[in-house]
Write a protein that binds this ligand. Structure first.
Ligand SMILES: C[S@@+](CC[C@H](N)C(=O)[O-])C[C@H]1O[C@@H](n2cnc3c(N)ncnc32)[C@H](O)[C@@H]1O
Length: 208
């Protein structure tokens, strides 16, 4: 299992809205205003690419975006989006295979790390940390289970989602990796943190 969403690409957004209404979307949209104009942006696991249209509502041009998505079907859907005059390079590869010498101002990883087993999560964090400029911003959006907001329904919902994705043969993870300690260990600072869907979804902006 390599976390490729090809099998459900055409239904992913509907499924997401059915379960989470617009929480997954709003968690990401609210972060976008923090992107400085003319930034270089790396988006990893952008799904159907709706976020490109949201970005184009803020900046109609000037952004240089690299869009890395392992699912070919998701990539095709994303390419059809209206991203106005922003410059986008679509890379249909796993982030593990994406190499670059160019460093980015901003990195987005929305609902990416919750797919990964710990080893891959650690590896991808280290890789992306290398690709972000000093003082660059990293937008992390993921599910969150901690001692303060770890209600039973969140555990149950998360377990059901992992079971569903395991049954479909899509996602390798069977538990959520808390990525925050990785950021603190690498000396990132929190710029903003917002909770959605009763605290089950956490959107954090880190500065390197
Ligand atoms: C849970 S979906 C989230 C999609 C989108 N961010 C959203 O919120 O609508 C995760 C996405 O990450 C992609 N993905 C998973 N592992 C990846 C990897 N190693 N490299 C790039 N993309 C990956 C999947 O194909 C899928 O489209």
């Amino acid at each position: 299992m390599n976390n490729n969403y090809d099998k459900i690409a055409g239904h992913y957004d509907t499924l997401s809205r059915l379960v989470f209404f617009k929480s997954q979307v709003n968690a990401q949209i609210n972060q976008l205003q923090h992107i400085p104009e003319n930034s270089s942006v790396l988006i990893v696991g952008g799904g159907t690419g709706w976020i490109l249209e949201e970005l184009a509502k803020i900046y109609t041009g000037g952004l240089k975006i690299v869009y890395v998505e392992i699912s070919a079907k998701m990539t095709v859907l994303s390419q059809k989006r209206n991203y106005k005059d922003n410059q986008i390079e679509f890379m249909d590869v796993g982030i593990e295979d994406f190499k670059t010498d160019v460093l980015f101002d901003v990195i987005l990883t929305p609902f990416l790390f919750d797919n990964f087993a710990e080893q891959r999560a650690a590896k991808v964090f280290g890789q992306l940390n290398e690709y972000l400029k000093k003082d660059g911003l990293w937008f992390l959006v993921d599910f969150s289970l901690n001692k303060i907001n770890g209600n039973w329904w969140k555990w149950l919902l998360l377990k059901s989602m992992y079971n569903f994705f395991k049954l479909m043969g899509i996602v390798e993870a069977d538990k959520l990796i808390d990525m925050v300690p990785y950021f603190f260990k690498a000396d990132y600072l929190i710029v903003e943190e917002r909770l959605y869907y009763g605290g089950f979804i956490k959107a954090t902006i880190f500065r390197k």
